[in-house]
Structure formats: structure tokens, C-alpha cells
Write a protein that binds this ligand. Structure first.
Ligand code: ADP
Length: 186
């Protein structure tokens, strides 16, 4: 199973992506987690990424594509994966197509999780008080939502044209939302 999760910050895509990966025994790859690891290791990629993440901007496409093409070629991806936070731009989606073609793989579905903006801001502000993430402050959250609408939302249309989109409402109990997602994947 080769899946992508798309959704605005705070919609719960990380939580759901992880649960769906456990269900199918596939690898969960969150670019947010990978980038934050790079930052804590103080690697060159991490140092550069931090300057973008802290202001709510996307890390440049070439950095993400290089990082993910290396990661997706590793053996644990052979049985499938679930991408959480990648692709986030049309350029990244086109790059991903090339990567998958080279690996002889193709996507099964793109799960799009939706929720209204009010709900997202409330959740993120709450998370900010405990997550310790430098980008979970009200001002940066609003900036991330703007970036999502401008740069990432167009991917829904891109994948709609390939008939891959499975849209799921992201409000409700965690277990219920997982069930909704699984129901769209059968
Ligand atoms: P959220 O789901 O709350 O937006 P993530 O943990 O997925 O948070 O990502 C945090 C930050 O990492 C993003 O705001 C962005 O700066 C950077 N990032 C993650 N994935 C990508 C990507 N595919 N392209 C560019 N930047 C990314």
C-alpha cells in the first residue's frame, strides 16, 4: 500500500497516518519528524531547514526532494509507505512521480483530511502549550495555514485528476476517523 496524507496543519494527519501504517504494517514517513531530527542533530540540512520552519515557510523543494528520494529508496519502503507532510507543493509532487517511476512503484491513494480553520487554530494553539515546537505560536500557525492554502491545497486538484483522492472529515474521535479512512481504502 502506497499512500499520501494531505491536510492542513493541526488536522491530525500525523496521528492518523501512524494508525493507518500500523494497520497495514507499512512505514510511516513524516517529513516534519525527519526535519526536526535533522535540526536536533545540527546537520547541514537541519540548520538550513530551521530558518524556514521557524518562520512558518516551507523548506525549499530541492532539499525535500533530495532527502526523500534517498529515504524512499531504502529497503523498508519496499512493502509500502505512508507519506505524511510530503509532497507539499506541485514541484514536490512531480518529483515524487519521477522517484516512484524509478523505483517501479505507484500510489494507491491520497487521503485528504479536512477540518474548518477555527478548529485547526484552536487545536494548534493548545498543542503549542505542550509540544515545545517553536512553530506552534499563534502568529506562525496563521502563516502555516496561509502557506498550506497557497502551496499545498492545489495538490488536491492535482491528485483528483488522477482519481486518487479519498476525502475524510477530520473532526470526531481519533478511532472513528481511522475507521472512516480505512473505509475509503477498501
Ligand atoms: P504541520 O503538519 O503542523 O504543518 P509538520 O511537522 O508536518 O507540521 O511540518 C513542520 C514544518 O516542516 C512545516 O511548516 C515546513 O516548514 C517543514 N516541512 C515539512 N514537510 C515539508 C515539505 N514537504 N516541504 C517543505 N517543508 C516542509
Amino acid at each position: 500500500m502506497y499512500l499520501i496524507f494531505i491536510g492542513p496543519p493541526g488536522v491530525g494527519k500525523g496521528t492518523q497516518a501512524k494508525r493507518i501504517c500500523d494497520h497495514f504494517s507499512i512505514v510511516h514517513l513524516s517529513t516534519g519528524v525527519i526535519l526536526r531530527d535533522e535540526i536536533s542533530n545540527n546537520s547541514p540540512v537541519g540548520k538550513s531547514a530551521k530558518t524556514f520552519i521557524d518562520v512558518g515557510q516551507l523548506v525549499p523543494d530541492d532539499v525535500l526532494l533530495k532527502m526523500m528520494s534517498g529515504r524512499l529508496a531504502q529497503n523498508d519502503c519496499n512493502n509500502g509507505f505512508c507519506l505524511d507532510g510530503f509532497p507539499r507543493t506541485i514541484t514536490q509532487a512531480e518529483g515524487l512521480e519521477r522517484i516512484l517511476t524509478n523505483l517501479n512503484q505507484s500510489l494507491d491513494a491520497v487521503v485528504s483530511i479536512v477540518a474548518d480553520e477555527e478548529e485547526l487554530i484552536n487545536r494548534l494553539v493548545l498543542r503549542g502549550s505542550t509540544s515545545g515546537r517553536t512553530d506552534d505560536t499563534p502568529e506562525i500557525i496563521r502563516q502555516r495555514l496561509r502557506v498550506y492554502r497557497r502551496q499545498t491545497e492545489p495538490l488536491i486538484e492535482f491528485y483528483e485528476q488522477q482519481n486518487l483522492i479519498k476525502a475524510v472529515e477530520g473532526v470526531g474521535k481519533i478511532t472513528e476517523i481511522t475507521e472512516r479512512i480505512l473505509n475509503t481504502l477498501v
